[in-house]
Design a protein around this ligand. Sequence first.
Ligand SMILES: [Zn+2]
Length: 467
Amino acid sequence: MFTQEFRNAVACAAVVFLSACGGGPTQPSGNTGIVNPPPPPSTEKLSLSISSVPASTIQGYQSFPMASLVAQVSATSSKEGAVVTKACKVDNTLAPCGPELVLGLGVGNHVIKLIGTSSFGAVDSVEVTTTVLPATITCRKIVVNTAMGEYVPQGYIYADNGPGTVRDSAKVNADGSCSLNTRYAATPRAHITIPGDGTMGTLTNWLSSTFYSNLVIVGKAKSFTIPSGESAGRVVPIDMVKGTKRVPWVNGTSLYNDLGNASVSLFGMGSYKSFPVCAAFMSMSNGSTEAITSADSVAFWTNVDDLEKKLGVDLLKPCSEATVKANGGISIFLKVGQVTSEGGVGVGYFDDYVSGFINFSGHYAFASALLVQHELGHALFGLDHTCEWTSVMRSSCPVGVPDQVTTGVEDVAYILEKIQSAALARKYGANQSLGLGFVINGARVSASPALPELNIPVLDTRGNPIP
Ligand SMILES: [Zn+2]
């Protein structure tokens, strides 16, 4: 010990004219007699960085209710040979700090701080801030159309990822709004359930993330009191399971037109905005293959009158071809030789229905109450097919499902309920149904292709099938 102190004192004396002694370099180990010169005067500078921290992030799916972040932290010194020790603090609490800083952060603002300490004594720090936002599904309006008027279900909304998964929940407010803080808001789709009550049927289906920020749901009452027409006053159960049940053949359709894809069902619950809707027989110059006769016209309007009496609504009015082509409405074609008749909502399916079409495959079709009212089901009400009751919209049903040659009481209820739901959806900026009666704002319906008719038995007056 004594020898070492003495040696340092000698070295110091030797270089005193170059630099102040004391904090300078030490003599190399070993008694070589060589003394390192001190470096030129300089200030040690630390370079500290925290990267990969976004200004804001939302609660994650796997990490809920936290947001998961991995920050890259580095600290170096301008001085060769320096060893920089890192310390990290998250909101003033020390956190393990390697090359990466793994963070689980709750909702709110957070300060992430990196402190570097050099073996030469320099100390510096840097900090970044990040904000964790709550992952929410926000309802603007949940409402059900009932005979008593609008009704908001007084209960909860749930989100999960299908059967057996964790459920998040929130109260539906009295005004129909909700704010559902849920891990599934960080995923492309969530399975939403709003349990039914004495008035409303249960709403449950997958919801696309498209709708997380502004959800408008028009549910369905469990029953509908027919307000007009020959069955006025009749109370008919509205069953969303039936309304969305596909007819049992490959790629079959449900009564409520399903415009979704494999992962999310989007049931079209639209309607023409007002009735009566213009209808025009299209001449051969506009697409018919034969002229539509006055006898066809008389037969057609007779079947329309029957439907109007059943519904108690003035549905259709004759208009010129030019008017329908210019302003929308139902275009009716005679296409002799086409395998079947068909109909659909045509171009203008985007907000409210604007136009529709019917292709009748023969003169006989104008005189068929089934065909006229069935195709108007497609072209005027935007319906597809069902086998769930003896419906005018039956098609390709299994043996044993009875025929319905004109519009039945259930049909009347489902049609009028759909028109009323569409009005409610229009009022709140929704125009399409998602899932079992979910009507979602902002959704847009692509132009619907012609709906093929398969196996609709058309009977003559003797009950024999017409080919
Ligand atoms: Zn059809």
